[in-house]
Design a protein around this ligand. Structure first.
Ligand code: GRF
Length: 197
């Protein structure tokens, strides 16, 4: 079994889709939810699905390898970021080379980088008058929203969109593709010990 930890800070709708996708999977299982926000929606989702929650404390997270040990103790193979807002420390990335994926709610490299998350992304897309947006699933390296792209999908932006209506269209794309892309990525990675791009 390949074991996934999902890192999420928000409502957790993507985490929920991923948990359900792998619920009866023969080779991949979600074993842990890591979260830095007490009270976040994702915590209730973890509890509902009988998954342990690792509550990340800021100083520990950014200073040491405390959580790296904790992840290894849980035999975690892959980390999936699903609405996780803290930048991962280099040590953590180095402990899981090419084994961390993130989803970004726009077509990178546009609308990526520090401060570009959630409604800020959608507001910027609308302010620019773009007619298309989408999602990018990428490998995580030491720079924000920078690692190699694994998958993209696009959707239209309509003239009467608000950040909320665009966010909901993007969420639908995320829910449709992220679980399957994770599954395919892990399968390809296990076969080649890297991702073939
Ligand atoms: C998603 O749009 C994801 O792309 C972004 O944060 C949002 C998380 O939503 N990075 P949810 O918590 O999965 O509902």
């Amino acid at each position: 079994m390949k074991r996934i930890a999902i890192f999420a800070s928000g409502a957790g709708s993507n985490a929920e889709k991923i948990i359900h996708h792998f619920q009866h999977h023969s080779t991949i299982q979600v074993v842990l939810i890591a979260c830095n926000k007490p009270g976040a929606g994702v915590i209730a989702i973890a509890e509902k699905n009988g998954l342990p929650v690792l509550l990340l404390e800021k100083e520990q997270f950014f200073r040491g390898d405390h959580y790296i040990n904790e992840l290894h103790a849980n035999a975690v193979d892959f980390i999936i970021l699903a609405g996780f807002l803290w930048k991962l420390p280099v040590k953590l990335i180095e402990s899981f080379p090419e084994r961390i994926l993130n989803i970004h709610p726009a077509l990178l490299p546009d609308y990526g980088g520090k401060g570009m998350y959630g409604q800020f992304v959608h507001a910027a897309v609308l302010a620019a008058g773009d007619t298309q947006s989408g999602i990018t699933i990428h490998v995580v390296d030491e720079l924000y929203d920078n690692g190699k792209t694994v998958f993209t999908a696009a959707c239209p932006v309509f003239p009467d969109d608000t950040p909320d209506t665009l966010a909901s269209r993007i969420h639908t794309l995320e829910h449709t593709y992220y679980p399957k892309v994770i599954e395919d990525y892990i399968a390809a990675f296990e076969k080649n010990k890297t991702y073939p791009i």
